[in-house]
Design a binder for this molecule. Sequence first.
Ligand code: GDG
Length: 458
Amino acid sequence: MSRLIIVSNRVSVPDHKGAAAAGGLAVALQAALAERGGIWMGWSGKSSGEAEPEPLEMTQDGNITYALTDLTQTDVEEYYQGFANRVLWPICHYRLDLAEYARKEMTGYFRVNRFFAHRLAPLIEPDDIIWVHDYHLIPLAAELRQMGLKNRIGFFLHIPWPPADVVRAMPVHEEIMRGLSSYDLLGFQTDHDLENFAGCLKREGMGIEKSPGHFSAHGHDFRGGAYSIGIETAAFAAFARKAASHSMVHKARKSIEGRDLILGVDRLDYSKGITQRIDAFERFITNNPAHQRSVTYLQITPKSRSEVPEYEAMQHAVAEQAGRVNGAIGTVDWVPIRYINRSISRPILAGLYRLAKVGLVTPLRDGMNLVAKEYVAAQDPDDPGVLVLSQFAGAARKLHGALLVNPYDVDGTANALARAVNMPLQERQERWRGMMDYLLEHDVLHWCETFLADLTAK
Ligand code: GDG
């Protein structure tokens, strides 16, 4: 079996805290690496001076080598905070209005990808297969090919891929499309993302889809497919069952005083639709006064990318909005929204998922959304909660037991909340069972193995 080389912006170096605690993606990739032996390479998260780069920081764990590189402060600003997070992220989430294109940052993005390629190439042996992850590293295969590497190289995009007219708003879209076309296998989260990619190739006149999932562009034949990422379903379900007796979860249960808990969990990001969701919650209460004081909405929102201005502005906007709504609909003995603007530990999170009567997951656009899957996996089969899910999350393509909403439709989402809190037990169980069966079969190991089987297939 060939060795596996994984490259991603950030690397999960194991701390041996156990499966579900580490997050499913890291566990699945580590399992794939342990089976084949190999290397996981990426950025250390540290920035160094502009002088000659330090040697790679290597950590050995069994047959897996973790190889981390520092970047310079300029690299971090241009490649990570700049082009990746202020151009690719908003464009891929259909937010042309938020894309801030600067030629200097675009140059930095391609420069850092070349730097990654130069650091990685000496570690690679001819039979290795290479799996690159996410939008930070789209040009990596093209750089490795330029250096003469002939290895099989696959790419998985964790975020959505938009239609041609959106992609074309990005000044360097041709280079980005050429970068994607340099892989042997392109993995997207859903069939819609794959269709959009095929549409882009066609619209650009860059290539053709010779047969379903088989493309030819820039003189290179490659394949593309939809591989919906999963979670460690069985392990997470067991983890949540245990977490229900965590002392903090007990305290949370006590503090809501028998009210129904509505739970939102999202990184603070404009793609997650948090402000629209708070509006919908307010509308639900004003339209259904009987539910005033009978529910508590807990929104857990760890800070992310605070160095990017849009994120900092959003932090203020969400805090202000939660305060305004509490002021408008709260009573002396009832605080409608509890807003936590930091990360909580994974056991507490799992216990809160299980406690919540409604999982409210309403991104404006999301590649997949693992929170939706974790919420379902954490439920008590005898008394499961209801998932209210945006139709624009990749997860909505398969989680048919959810109440699907359009997050831009405040009244529609408010109505779904009313339906969720009133849903009879039998309907909740039926909806949950279908989703759980799907998640048990399509877990993160299944995702990983399916992608790698296709990448290595002749
Ligand atoms: C990208 C794509 C795609 C959240 N708050 C806390 C916490 N979390 C954990 C959740 C979940 C993860 O973070 C978030 O994953 P998502 O999938 O929901 O979203 P992104 O971070 O945007 O991920 C997405 C994913 O990549 C995988 O391909 O699904 O579409 O955007 O696991 O549980 N964890 C802890 N405390 C928190 O406060 N411990």
